[in-house]
Write a protein of this length. Structure first.
Length: 134
């Protein structure tokens, strides 16, 4: 998927050529692209017997889908279990976790700092009344 996002679109040959050596077999790349297409992540345009593949989902949507699938499939849909697993695997200290928590709080508050646009219903009603009176 990363290669397709970078390329925007490509033939099996183009995708295969983007890999570092040793490159996967052409059939392997073709099979993976077809599987991604069946899952709805990739589409193609057919030109005779050649397919030009392109991503159908954004990187963020794909990442979200994969991460939630990982959490559901391996951690019984438990975010704390997944976070604990990665904290142990990465040997994070309590201080590391506290910093992570602070970073997360800052990220979550960013969205709250920008107020949503105010819908001014009365203004629209008033404008509508003025039009009727004219």
């Amino acid at each position: 998927m990363q290669i397709l996002w970078d390329m925007k679109e490509g033939l099996v040959k183009d995708v295969r050529d983007s890999f570092s050596d040793p490159k996967p077999a052409r059939n392997t790349v073709s099979t993976v692209l077809r599987i991604l297409e069946k899952k709805g992540y990739v589409g193609h345009k057919a030109y005779a017997n050649v397919h030009l593949y392109h991503p159908l989902v954004s990187k963020s949507d794909y990442s979200r889908s994969q991460l939630f699938g990982l959490m559901e499939g391996y951690f019984n849909n438990s975010f704390p279990a997944m976070a604990s697993f990665f904290a142990r695997e990465k040997d994070l200290t309590i201080r590391d976790l506290e910093e992570l928590l602070e970073d997360t709080k800052r990220e979550l508050s960013k969205g709250k700092e920008q107020p949503a646009p105010i819908y001014r219903r009365n203004d629209k009603i008033q404008q509508g009344r003025n039009k009727k009176r004219k």
